[in-house]
Design a protein around this ligand. Structure first.
Ligand code: ADP
Ligand code: MG
Length: 108
């Protein structure tokens, strides 16, 4: 699970598919980090409110790919300015492809 700046989405999708990611969920969210949104710039405007628009990505990948995915998100999404986002790594208990009933790595 990762939050990124919205303008980074397309570049990140390309970088992730290039390393073999085959699916992801994308949600438009609002959030805040340690500056509570106060000093972040979004589309040229400083956000006076506490919540700043972000994209949340959710990707389920095999264990063997996880480190490379984290690295790719981190390097691609980084601008060096505040609000670049966060990456959280969680274990997934089960996956299933509904169409075929395939499970776990076969379902990705
Ligand atoms: N501790 C957290 N838990 C959940 N989401 C977070 C957390 N910290 C940041 N986020 C999400 O990540 C987005 C970007 O955070 P960011 O400003 O880069 O973090 P920070 O200011 O702590 O370095 C936030 O808008 C929020 O959606
Ligand atoms: Mg911040």
């Amino acid at each position: 699970m990762a939050t990124i700046k919205p303008f980074k989405l397309e570049e990140l999708r390309e970088a992730l598919t290039a390393i073999g990611v085959r699916g992801m969920m994308v949600t438009e969210i609002k959030g805040f980090g340690s500056q509570s949104g106060h000093t972040e710039i979004y589309r040229g405007a400083e956000y006076a409110v506490n919540f700043v628009p972000k994209i949340k990505l959710e990707l389920v990948v095999s264990d063997s790919m996880a480190e490379q995915v984290v690295e790719t998100i981190c390097t691609t999404a980084r601008t060096g300015k505040i609000g670049d986002g966060k990456i959280f790594v969680l274990d997934v208990e089960q996956a299933m492809r509904v169409r075929t009933g395939e499970t776990d790595a076969d379902a990705l």
